[in-house]
Each structure stands twice: as structure tokens, then as C-alpha cells.
Ligand binder design. Structure first.
Ligand code: GCO
Ligand code: MG
Length: 402
């Protein structure tokens, strides 16, 4: 089953997406997401200029061999650009394998380990009152696990909170915007936010929060301890994770569960975090961590140490990634939860899909393969439109993690 075509489709139905389409000699095609938010064309070029020519003539059935060929064969290993490109190939080949077998991909991964995939949503507010309204709204939509982010008094803009009425979208058009950050303002405010949310909604719902890599380990320990009365489902990315042993310090001081990994791209990024049980949830996802094949290896390692999965699912991961993530989530034993940040209506039309949401759960559907496609004619009507993630500076102007 030779590969006869591999091409990249870049489209911007409200935000940019990079999609790899692989076609076999039998006319079967598979899709893979290759979107790297704010750096999209680097992956598009990696695929078009360097990977696609190597795929032509290869046997599409040999997913693991092609993965190893691209990983070991490049000599230069890992990194978000390389691993997103490999992920796209891997995802597209699983899609093809499912279509040829006439089975949904989750059946090829061992079958369903659960009836459906529990998801968490985002409730964002410019202040605490707005956050309360957003939580109420999402409870009405059936979610039972809700990430809460709020504007911080004294700070002009905050991660996760939209300006105006439009849904929150991390990448912004028209250049790089600069946010200002105060750790002290944040650390003082954050327990008050969750005190209010618990007072309004009680103890039953699961609450999550994303720190977005902004604290030092000891500050993260303080945040985690101050949030203990509100028993979060998780505190996400409390500190940058390049230094995995930094999480030991956080663990010594707090029992608030920790989720990390949306920026990781290989098992080595979380090896120590998992083996020392320094985290509770690993947030690696299909597109940025080497595809379904590599994500399964991460999950298998995590399973040994009672670490569960909690894959990233922001809008900058395309519906192709969402579909692949749901097949993975449904099948893997140590699944924890899946992030769900719905795409806009234009995106849903460009990428017709079988997956669905109901009452706090999602399901990938039972179509052969991933159950997602791309309307190429429609995609062509939305040309690439550069957008950047913001940067963050402390109040005195020093660059800080965003
Ligand atoms: C999340 C993430 C996102 C990222 C975005 C960057 O938890 O969903 O932190 O909001 O900031 O995916 O491209
Ligand atoms: Mg995050």
C-alpha cells in the first residue's frame, strides 16, 4: 500500500491550522494535524520540503517503522517542529489504517476502555463575578469539570481571559502583544477566586486552574497550599518544566494535584516527572508529542506510576488532533480527562467530523479511521493569516514566561 502523495494544507478559518494529507495508491487518504501555534509555517516547511519527499513510495501500513525512520533518520532529534511533523505523519497513517480495516482507530488501539471521554471546559471571567457567571453557564451545558481563570485586580490583561465578547483565543493578529504580570497580585488573588467559586457552587464539581508556567517552585508550592481548601482537580503548569526535579519542591509542600505537559514533545520531557510521581496528570497531546504512537508510549510509562493522562485540547489544536485525541482517550486505560475548547463554526465546517459532545462527555464516533476530514475547497478560501501568542513582562519590564 504505497504512499503516492503527501501534501500540506494551511488554512485560517478564524485561526491558523496546518494539516498533512497522505494519499495511498489505492486512493485512501489520511489526515494529521501539524499546527504549532504562532510558528505554523516552520512545520509546514519541515513537512513539505523535508518529509513529504521521503514518504513517497513507502508502505503506509508500516506506521512504527516510518515513525522511527523520521525520528532516527533526521539525526536531529525532538523539538516541537520535528515532533509536530512526525505527529502529523503518524496520525495520518493511523487514519489510513483504520479506513483500510474499516474500523474506528480506537478499536485498533485495544478498543474502548470506557463508554465516553470525560472533558473539561473553560470558564473565564474578567473578574470574579464574570467567572461565576461563566461557571454557571458551563454547568448548564452539562460540564462537570470546569477550568476557571479570572482577570486579576490591578493587572490589565491575564492569561486565559478574553478581551470583549469574543471567546478566548490565545493567538492574536497584528503583532505580538505584551502583557504585564505581578506574581504577588496573582498569589494573593487566586485563593479568593476559588473560595468564591466553591461558595457559589458547592463541593461536587471538579475545578481546574492553569498557572501557565508563571511561578517559581516555591511560589507554586504556596499557590498549591493556598488552594487546598478548595480541592482542585488539578493545578496546571505551576512552574516551567524544563527542570523536572524542580517539581520535587512543590510536592514537598502541597497535595494539590499537578498537571503538566502541553509544551512537551517527547517522553524524555516527562520521564523524571512520571517516574518520581512528581505529577498526577500528563498533558502531552497527539499533535505536539509525536502522534498517537508516541503518546501511547508516554501513557504506558505513566500507567506504571499511577499518573493519568489529561491531554491538551485548546483551539490551536485542529479538529484532526481532537479526533485523534479522543480515540487515544477512549482506549488508554489510565485516561484522566480531556480538555475541550470548542472550535468556531467555520472551523467545524472546514473539518467535518464524527466526534460529538454530550453532557460533559465526548466520543470520537464509529466511522472508519479518525472520523474527520477536510473540505479542501473551503479551506482554500481562508488563507494563512499570521498571528502570535502574547509575551509577558513583570511590572518593571523584565521578560517573564507567558
Ligand atoms: C491550555 C493552554 C493553552 C495554550 C495555547 C498556546 O491549557 O489550553 O495553556 O491555552 O496557551 O494552546 O498555543
Ligand atoms: Mg495550559
Amino acid at each position: 500500500m504505497k504512499i503516492v502523495d503527501a501534501r500540506v494544507i494551511v488554512t485560517c478559518p478564524g485561526r491558523n491550522f496546518v494539516t498533512l494529507k497522505i494519499v495511498t495508491e489505492d486512493g485512501v487518504h489520511g489526515l494529521g494535524d501539524a499546527t504549532l501555534n504562532g510558528r505554523e509555517l516552520a512545520v509546514a516547511s519541515y513537512l513539505t520540503d523535508h518529509v513529504a519527499p521521503l514518504l513517497i513510495g513507502r508502505d503506509a501500513r508500516r506506521i512504527e517503522d516510518i515513525w522511527q525512520f523520521l525520528y532516527k533518520g533526521a539525526y536531529w532529534r525532538r523539538g516541537p517542529v520535528t515532533m509536530s511533523a512526525i505527529a502529523a505523519v503518524d496520525t495520518a497513517l493511523w487514519d489510513i489504517k483504520g479506513k483500510v480495516a474499516n474500523l474506528p482507530v480506537y478499536q485498533l488501539l485495544g478498543g474502548a476502555s470506557r463508554e465516553a471521554v470525560r472533558v473539561y471546559c473553560h470558564a473565564n471571567g474578567t473578574d470574579v463575578d464574570q467567572a461565576v457567571k461563566a461557571v454557571a453557564h458551563h454547568l448548564d451545558l452539562g460540564y462537570t469539570a470546569i477550568r476557571v481563570q479570572s482577570g486579576i485586580p490591578g493587572l490589565h490583561s491575564t492569561y486565559g481571559v478574553a478581551k470583549g465578547d469574543r471567546p478566548y483565543e490565545p493567538a492574536e493578529k497584528g503583532g505580538v502583544s505584551e502583557h504585564r504580570w505581578s506574581t504577588e497580585a496573582y498569589l494573593t488573588f487566586i485563593p479568593r477566586l476559588f473560595e468564591r467559586i466553591r461558595a457559589e457552587f458547592g463541593d461536587e464539581i471538579d475545578l481546574l486552574h492553569d498557572v501557565h508556567h508563571r511561578l517559581t517552585p516555591i511560589e507554586a508550592a504556596r499557590a498549591g497550599r493556598s488552594l487546598e481548601p478548595y480541592h482542585l482537580f488539578w493545578m496546571e503548569d505551576p512552574t516551567p518544566a524544563e527542570q523536572q526535579d524542580a517539581f520535587r519542591l512543590i510536592r514537598q509542600h502541597t497535595v494539590t494535584p499537578i498537571a503538566v505537559g502541553e509544551v512537551f514533545n517527547a517522553i524524555f520531557d516527562c520521564q523524571q516527572l512520571i517516574q518520581e510521581q512528581l505529577i498526577d496528570y500528563v498533558r502531552t497531546t497527539v499533535v505536539h508529542a509525536g502522534g498517537i504512537s508516541h503518546l501511547r508510549k508516554i501513557a504506558a510509562l505513566a500507567e506504571l506510576y499511577q499518573v493519568r493522562t489529561g491531554s491538551h485540547g485548546a483551539t490551536d489544536l485542529s479538529p484532526v488532533c481532537m479526533a485523534a485525541a479522543l480515540h487515544f482517550d477512549l482506549s488508554v486505560h489510565n485516561f484522566g480527562i480531556q480538555e475541550h475548547m470548542p472550535h468556531n463554526a467555520e472551523t467545524d465546517v472546514v473539518f467535518p467530523h464524527e466526534y460529538s459532545y454530550r453532557d460533559g462527555f465526548m466520543h470520537p464516533g464509529d466511522a472508519p479511521g479518525l472520523g474527520v476530514d477536510i473540505d479542501e475547497a473551503l479551506a482554500a478560501q481562508y488563507p494563512y493569516d499570521p498571528a502570535y501568542l502574547p509575551v509577558n513582562r513583570k511590572l518593571d519590564g523584565t521578560m517573564h514566561s507567558w
